[in-house]
Design a protein around this ligand. Structure first.
Ligand SMILES: CC(C)(COP(=O)(O)OP(=O)(O)OC[C@H]1O[C@@H](n2cnc3c(N)ncnc32)[C@H](O)[C@@H]1O)[C@@H](O)C(=O)NCCC(=O)NCCS
Ligand SMILES: Nc1ncnc2c1ncn2[C@@H]1O[C@H](COP(=O)(O)OP(=O)(O)OP(=O)(O)O)[C@@H](O)[C@H]1O
Length: 251
């Protein structure tokens, strides 16, 4: 299975590109949705976050008041680090289960839409890595328009992430999303061809996934050999007549 990484900056257009992948029948694991699930009332993530941030961040129904928590963490890097540290294990295992489900379904290509792909060091599991890029002014305008936030809040959120110009240096594919949706769609058509191209055997063998498959195959072979050795040894104990006579060395 090919795991494509999709990232970018806040409001750079990841969800828009994710929707294009979905419309081509390619499943997408959305880290923002996983992050929402792990912060639902009563979950392990919810308990940790409430213990650390206090009950002030809760609404009357005891669900987390997300805009309120957002205001706290996007204006204070230490609190943001704390939130990230508390939720990271739950988010990674949530993503892992989603990948496993898609693998069991036999999906050949899947996309991981993870805003903090590089920051959370999850990039090593994805290939190719797509970064959706926009220029800073367009990003700010789109973020303010979508979330109806102030310039200050929008800037805080943008600055909470690795700069987009740094992210593109680590990308395999960059999608420039500064122009219209039609132009994005046109660029996307080329990208989808590229990511659905079958890997050559040589490339597969050199990939991390190829190495993993090789490791699992060797492990299964060794395990099966050990198992049949044990069965043979058991047979020899039960029916000693079948066992080979020991060779004697006589002086
Ligand atoms: C702070 C929270 C409650 C704010 O919720 P809200 O509904 O306002 O925003 P939402 O979750 O939709 O996120 C919107 C965007 O903000 C950015 N963002 C979210 N969390 C972070 C973070 N910790 N650091 C930097 N950017 C972030 C992402 O680009 C994301 O797409 C929420 O974002 C959260 O729980 N964040 C921590 C979990 C996390 O790291 N999520 C990112 C998935 S890898
Ligand atoms: N090419 C485009 N032209 C005009 N508007 C666009 C374009 N691409 C995306 N948008 C709009 O910009 C906003 C941000 O896009 P989107 O929600 O896809 O970003 P995102 O990277 O997923 O954001 P987040 O990190 O917050 O999840 C949305 O309102 C979307 O409709």
């Amino acid at each position: 299975m090919r795991i494509v990484g999709l990232t970018g900056g806040i409001a750079s257009g990841k969800s828009t590109v994710s929707n294009l992948f979905k419309s081509h029948g390619i499943p997408v694991v959305d880290a923002d949705l996983v992050a929402r699930d792990v912060l639902k009332k009563g979950t392990g993530g919810w308990k940790k976050v409430v213990a650390a941030f206090g009950e002030d961040i809760l609404q009357e129904n005891e669900e987390v008041d997300r805009p309120k928590l957002g205001c706290i963490v996007f204006s204070d890097p230490d609190k943001r680090q704390l939130l990230n540290r508390l939720l990271a294990p739950y988010i990674s295992s949530g993503i892992f289960w989603e990948i496993l489900k898609l693998w069991l379904k036999g999906c050949k290509v899947i996309v991981l839409d993870i805003p903090l792909l590089f920051e959370a060091k999850m990039d090593k599991w994805t290939k190719p890595i797509i970064v959706v890029w926009v220029d800073p002014e367009t990003q700010l305008q789109r973020l303010m328009a979508r979330d109806r936030t102030s310039v200050e809040d929008a800037r805080n959120r943008i600055q909470a992430q690795m700069p987009l110009d740094v992210k593109i240096t680590q990308a395999d594919i960059v999608i420039d999303n500064t122009r219209s949706l039609d132009e994005l769609n046109e660029r996307f058509q080329k990208v989808v061809v590229q990511v659905t191209k079958p890997l050559t055997w040589a490339k597969f063998a050199l990939s991390r996934q190829g190495a993993l498959v090789a490791f699992v195959s060797v492990f299964i072979l060794v395990f099966k050999n050990a198992q049949s050795d044990m069965e043979m040894a058991k047979d020899e104990q039960i029916t000693p007549t079948r066992s080979k006579p020991r060779e004697k060395v006589e002086f």
